[in-house]
Design a protein around this ligand. Structure first.
Ligand SMILES: NC(=O)c1ccc[n+]([C@@H]2O[C@H](COP(=O)([O-])OP(=O)(O)OC[C@H]3O[C@@H](n4cnc5c(N)ncnc54)[C@H](OP(=O)(O)O)[C@@H]3O)[C@@H](O)[C@H]2O)c1
Length: 293
């Protein structure tokens, strides 16, 4: 990503192509400079999309608070980003699947006197299998991480963004948000929640200088599939080529900076997510079940 480009308008056809992710539009320097000297908090920054989002912010000179459970990975990323971009980085090791996680993270920022301008709720995981066979404690942790901690962090950080009259929130949802997902029922439902919460908050807050963006990636090359227990011949077939975490992060970062409400990555994902509105709901569930098998 180039932070200092001044490339002009690409026109309405260009905007169409950009919307469907055929081209990566370059943004005016003034738009990206908005982030300089500000601070972003990124959850799930130790790998995948979260790590790449940290690089997007660092390239634009934004200071960072990075959090995840894996301290060693966070430290490696922090050393690299500090050396490359000269920004300030705070690390906080935290389990956001625990009921106190969000509050501990907020208290850490308070104790360090850090004001958060950008909140990126990226940490999340999924689990595959028929609902009645799933491990309840895993479901509980998923709901706590994907839903409760994400909501709590929004609730904790929004009031100060409102006072500052500036805030950008990026909630990482998924294309799973657009339909029920048999054999991954709880994960799909958590992401529907993230999408709906983000859209509602965006509506409540946009007149206060705060925007909320739901990033909806489709299958992406990260640790997600392995952690969720996907087989190598299903939707995450390892013979298929998926978008990289970097590509998805850059797309989400730009959408957040522009204050978009929903950002679906990739034209096929865009069509699939929107197609579900034109079919009877029971068809949509059956088609999703077929796609998941
Ligand atoms: N990859 C995909 O195909 C895909 C598609 C759509 C949506 N998404 C969403 O994208 C987001 C990022 O996932 P990813 O694909 O980048 O996968 P990933 O590489 O597995 O990253 C997940 C991140 O979440 C953190 N995390 C997991 N459990 C945590 C916990 N209990 N407390 C705090 N942090 C925790 C992990 O760090 P630690 O393990 O160090 O805690 C890691 O940094 C997720 O919300 C996921 O649902 C992914």
């Amino acid at each position: 990503m180039k932070a200092n480009t001044t490339k002009g308008e690409v026109g309405s056809f260009g905007e169409f192509l950009e919307k469907f992710n055929f081209v990566q539009r370059e943004y005016p320097a003034s738009l990206l400079k908005i982030s300089s000297m500000k601070t972003a908090l990124i959850t799930g920054a130790s790998s995948g999309i979260g790590r790449e989002l940290a690089t997007c912010f660092a390239q634009d000179g934004t200071h960072l608070v990075l959090t995840a459970r894996n301290t060693q990975e966070l430290e490696k990323i922090a050393v690299h980003l500090k050396q490359s971009y000269g920004i300030q980085i705070h690390l906080f090791t935290c389990d956001l699947a625990s009921p106190n996680g969000a509050n501990e993270l907020y208290q850490f920022c308070q104790s360090q006197g850090i004001h958060i301008d950008y909140l990126v709720n990226n940490a999340g995981f999924g689990d595959t299998g028929l609902f009645e066979q799933t491990d309840w404690s895993k479901n509980e942790q998923m709901i706590q991480l994907n839903i409760t901690s994400l909501t709590h962090l929004c609730r904790l950080f929004i009031p100060k963004m409102k006072v500052a009259k500036f805030g950008r929130i990026l909630n990482v949802a998924s294309t799973a948000a657009f339909q029920p997902g048999p054999t991954m029922a709880v994960y799909f439902a958590t992401k529907s929640y993230v999408l709906h919460l983000s859209e509602a908050l965006h509506n409540e807050l946009e007149t206060n200088g705060i925007t909320v963006t739901a990033l909806c990636p489709g299958p992406t090359e990260t640790n997600f599939a392995q952690a969720a227990g996907f087989k190598s011949d299903g939707i995450f077939d390892n013979k298929k080529k998926f978008p990289s975490a970097q590509e998805v992060a850059v797309f989400g970062y730009k959408a957040m900076q522009k204050g978009k409400t929903v950002a679906i990555h990739g034209i096929l994902n865009y069509i699939q997510a929107n197609a579900s509105r034109f079919f009877p709901r029971n068809w949509v569930v059956k088609i999703t079940r077929w796609m998941m098998s």
